[in-house]
Design a protein around this ligand. Structure first.
Ligand SMILES: CC(=O)N[C@@H](Cc1ccccc1Cl)C(=O)N1CCC[C@]12C=C[C@@H]1CC[C@@H](C(=O)N3CCC[C@@H]4C=C[C@H]5CC[C@@H](C(=O)O)N5C(=O)[C@H]43)N1C2=O
Length: 112
């Protein structure tokens, strides 16, 4: 990530929605908090969400933020969005982390 800037990071439990069983499942191999960043590749003007588990650095999310992304703040600490393959959910450890992440996410989408 040398050519990418971390614009914000927050602590969240990263989930993906299991459409078959209609339930949220941990995005990585185990449940647990991750440090979730929004990275900006300045030269390309692209953005992505990257999250690594606090415990073992496992990358549990690495997804592009594309133009027109609809970021749904379902509750003050649970935010979600879709890409063409899956639905992501971030269950933040605090409202402050959630707000900071959401503000940066909305600015990134606006800047695409
Ligand atoms: C048009 C569209 O795509 N709509 C999407 C949402 C969306 C809208 C606009 C843009 C993008 C998106 Cl993504 C949609 O509605 N989606 C996406 C997949 C899942 C879901 C569908 C059905 C279920 C019903 C209940 C609801 C749900 O999941 N929650 C309620 C609110 C918070 C509540 C919080 C936490 C999580 C932690 C585990 C579970 C629990 O608390 O135990 N849980 C919840 O229960 C959470 N659902 C959804 O969000």
């Amino acid at each position: 990530m040398s050519n990418e800037l971390s614009l914000t990071s927050g602590r969240a439990n990263v989930m993906v929605y299991d459409d078959v069983n209609k339930k949220w499942v941990p995005a990585g191999t185990t449940n647990g908090f991750a440090k979730v960043h929004i990275y900006h590749h300045v030269v390309n003007n692209t953005y992505r969400v990257v999250g690594r588990k606090l415990q073992d650095q496992e990358v549990v999310i690495n997804c592009a933020i594309l133009k027109g992304l609809k970021y749904n703040q379902a509750t003050p600490t649970f935010h979600q969005w879709r890409d063409n393959k899956r639905v992501y959910g971030l269950s933040f450890s605090s409202v402050d982390d959630a707000n900071s992440f959401a503000n940066t996410m909305l600015r990134a989408i606006d800047n695409l």
